[in-house]
Design a protein around this ligand. Structure first.
Ligand code: KIV
Length: 304
């Protein structure tokens, strides 16, 4: 399998690209990002989809779960990410409460992500019960991603962030949910925290691409959280997380080094300081000398 090297000019990723990749059995890459800086790095690394996930409530805002996040908070971050993206498809999570009440309100909220923040797709959690709403959002010309399995917005109902789809009845329900989302017309579906065998069954059953997180290698694509892969977290990582750097440790060391340099006056060095031009410096020295001479003459006069 070939892949486009970083730096080479890459085509814009669209919803059709995702489907094409599924038919070519080419893995789809997805990573979260929550601001301009992160999104730009992720985009430049050649990742296909950038998800401004509501995980930002936990990774960036320090909340215990995702439930408190508002549409306005999400919009703020999606807009920032938009500015950093050239090629990747920008996907926005609809926060808890923004699509659970009236469907008109849900469609209005979905359109805000497109109009006010430049999202190209919105993601909503839940299976069969969301099928009608998904059709309504699609009627507003907005591509939708589904999300089933461990759906973090259901944390209270699930009694914690627990792996789903372990019993036969749960597997049957997940299969029903997946088929309902596919029939409703989602452009892709996220499968989170389910046994790999179940994810494999869903992936071969549905026409749209599946994007797994903690769902094993059989999905059409994989997504992870930006802060998890870089280890910019304080908590232990979940089993499925692979860390590609020790970010928190390296950043702490850098901050400690800066503090030490200030305390020892090692920072800033002369090379890190601005200087006057030699002419201005000379002019100031002459001025100071003249003033000094005048002061000297005045004090001699006082003695006389
Ligand atoms: O909010 C999020 O980060 C998600 C995951 C699928 C990564 O929804």
């Amino acid at each position: 399998m070939s892949f486009t090297p970083i730096g080479a000019s890459r085509p814009k990723i669209t919803v059709s690209t995702l489907q094409e990749k599924k038919s070519r059995h080419e893995p789809i890459t997805c990573l979260t990002a929550y601001d301009y800086w992160g999104a730009r790095l992720v985009d430049e690394a050649g990742i296909d989809m950038i998800l401004v996930g509501d995980s930002l409530a936990m990774t960036v805002l320090g909340q215990e779960n995702t439930l408190s996040l508002t549409v306005d908070e999400m919009l703020h971050h999606v807009r920032a990410a938009r500015r950093g993206i050239s090629n990747a498809l920008l996907l926005a999570d609809m926060p808890y409460g923004s699509y659970h009440l009236a469907s008109d309100e849900a469609v209005r909220n979905a359109t805000r992500f497109v109009k006010e923040a430049g999202a190209e797709m919105v993601k909503i959690e839940g299976g069969e019960k969301r099928a009608d709403l998904i059709r309504r959002i699609l009627d507003a010309e907005i591509p939708v991603a589904g999300h089933i399995g461990l759906t973090p917005q259901s944390v209270n109902r699930m009694g914690g962030f627990k792996v789903q789809g372990k019993s036969l009845s749960d597997i049957e329900r997940l299969m029903r949910d997946a088929v309902a989302l596919d029939r409703a017309g989602v452009s892709c579906m996220f499968l989170e925290g389910i046994p790999r065998e179940v994810a494999e069954m869903i992936t071969s059953e549905v026409g749209c691409p599946t994007i797994g997180i903690g769902a094993g290698p059989g999905c059409d694509g994989q997504v992870l959280v930006f802060h998890d892969i870089l280890h910019l977290t304080f908590e232990p990582a979940a089993k499925f997380v692979r860390r590609y750097m020790d970010g928190a440790r390296e950043i702490s060391q850098a901050i400690e080094a800066f503090r030490a340099d200030v305390l020892t006056k090692d920072y800033p060095a002369d090379t890190e300081s601005y200087h006057l031009s030699p002419e201005t410096r000379q002019a100031i020295e002459t001025l100071l000398e003249r003033k000094g001479a005048m002061r000297g003459r005045r004090s001699m006069n006082t003695v006389e």
